[in-house]
Design a protein around this ligand. Sequence first.
Ligand SMILES: Nc1ncnc2c1ncn2[C@@H]1O[C@H](COP(=O)(O)OP(=O)(O)OP(=O)(O)O)[C@@H](O)[C@H]1O
Ligand SMILES: [Mg+2]
Length: 265
Amino acid sequence: MSTTPVPVSDQPVLKLLNVESAYGPIRAIRGVSLQVRRGEIGTVLGSNGAGKTTILKTISGIIDPRKGSIEFKGEDITAKDPAFIVQQGLSHVPEGREVFPLLSVRDNLLMGAYTRNDADGVARDIEAVFGYFPILKERASQDAGLLSGGQQQMLSISRALMAKPDLILLDEPSLGLSPKLTKEIFEIVVRINRERGTTILLVEQNANMALNASDYGYVLENGRIVMEDTCARLREKEDIKEFYLGMKEEGQRAERRWKKKKNWR
Ligand SMILES: Nc1ncnc2c1ncn2[C@@H]1O[C@H](COP(=O)(O)OP(=O)(O)OP(=O)(O)O)[C@@H](O)[C@H]1O
Ligand SMILES: [Mg+2]
């Protein structure tokens, strides 16, 4: 596997235009437009219930949008079947990981490769993901349900990689993990992006990790994008520092103010 970074191109690999999705009367995302360029890590930041998971589910075809369009590699994939979308090269690592608990780690990985018929390539890619996450090699024959939360997150990312995707949707990889493990997982996500050239769209409440790992970011509030910029610039914005990056130090007080805040600069 090459260690030469794959350059980011200007070409958007994923494009959402005015996407609106709802659960019955609840409009969870309201006119979301965003792009992820080929080779980059894009991120959507937002607090609880902002609509992050809904965006990813709408992209991968689990939810049909009420309005708007989604383009992947220049093709319209709006409301297409999830299996079709995976075949186009788009893999989704869902919130809460969702591994198959009664299958072994190795069989979980093989499930990720079910659309492929190149057995040699699949075997090579299993070794490649073991290179990223050596613990999975040690546990290869164990039931996935016996893995720790962090290890299940590693398996879930690895399973997505087994489909050889051009784009991976990553839903809150930090959820429920220690800061140390979160950092480790983010470092490997960045390595996967740099070494394999896999484009990534990451949604997170952990703004600190997401802004450090990503190239371009969007801030989502109540189902709407309220700000977008390069992550380098977002990290410098006062609103972001105050309401996301400062949250940890200020605790409850910052959280309350975050909820009240409406005007983004
Ligand atoms: N299955 C559902 N039925 C009804 N409402 C839902 C459903 N799933 C999500 N919602 C609502 O849609 C809105 C967006 O939810 P979503 O799960 O996309 O947020 P999120 O940003 O992923 O939040 P979190 O950070 O907690 O995962 C919320 O108001 C939520 O309550
Ligand atoms: Mg979510």
